[in-house]
Structures are given as structure tokens and as C-alpha cells.
Write a protein that binds this ligand. Sequence first.
Ligand code: ZN
Length: 142
Amino acid sequence: MSTSTYNLLKKHFMPELSMSSIFILQARILKLSHVTVSYDCCLNTCCCFTGTYAGLDSCPFCKHAWYNSEGHSYKKYKYLPIEPHIKSLYLTDHYAKVLRYCTLPRDSEIEDVFDGIHYRMLCQTQVMIDGAELDHHFFSDI
Ligand SMILES: [Zn+2]
């Protein structure tokens, strides 16, 4: 979320919550997460200079330069990859058991999505991509 979007939400939808500034919020997230990935991005948040945009000198959408006169990116995009967070949940016995609850015996016929007809049908269905049937079912441990 960009700073301007955060400030708009703060101003229009949550004035009574006395939300922190986005800089304080980002600092707290960084401190709690321990894992962030940072990419250079356009000053106007049009794109990240990665992948097909990694070799450019300016934004392909608004044409703003990637670097300032000191050779630094005008803006950084930081995000929290979900994979390390999910892995860390499995590191404690308690959460590992909680996350495997869908494999436990059930007391009633329908308790959650894992008892639904659609989910159970997909668990018996081979995954197909572009017409090619893969050798595993939906939601299976590959
Ligand atoms: Zn741009």
C-alpha cells in the first residue's frame, strides 16, 4: 500500500482510531517480521524494477527516472514474503497441530470448508494445466 493510499484510508475511514503514521507502522512490521524483501520501484509506484523491468533506466509507464542524481532509487517497495511466515508457524508444536486440524477426525458432518462437497471433490481430482493432466490431486502434498 502506498503512503498516499494509507493516508487516505486513515483520513476518511478511520479518524477515530488515531492510527500511527505509515512510517511507524512500517517500522513495527519490519521489527516483528524479521524478514522483508526490498525492490527499487518507480517514484509514482507504477512498477518495480525487477524481472522484465530490471534493465530499464526509467519507468515504462510514467517515464520517471529510476535513480536520482546520487545513484539511489527514488523509492523502495518492501514486502513480507508469506512462505517464511508459514514455515515459522510450523516450528512450534502448538501451531503445527492447529494447522493440521483439517486432517483430524470430525464430530459432525460439516464443520468447515474441508467438509464441503466442492473441496472433497477437488481432493479426488487430478490437476490439469493447459490440458495436460498432472500426476497429483488438488491440495495433495506433492
Ligand atoms: Zn512510473
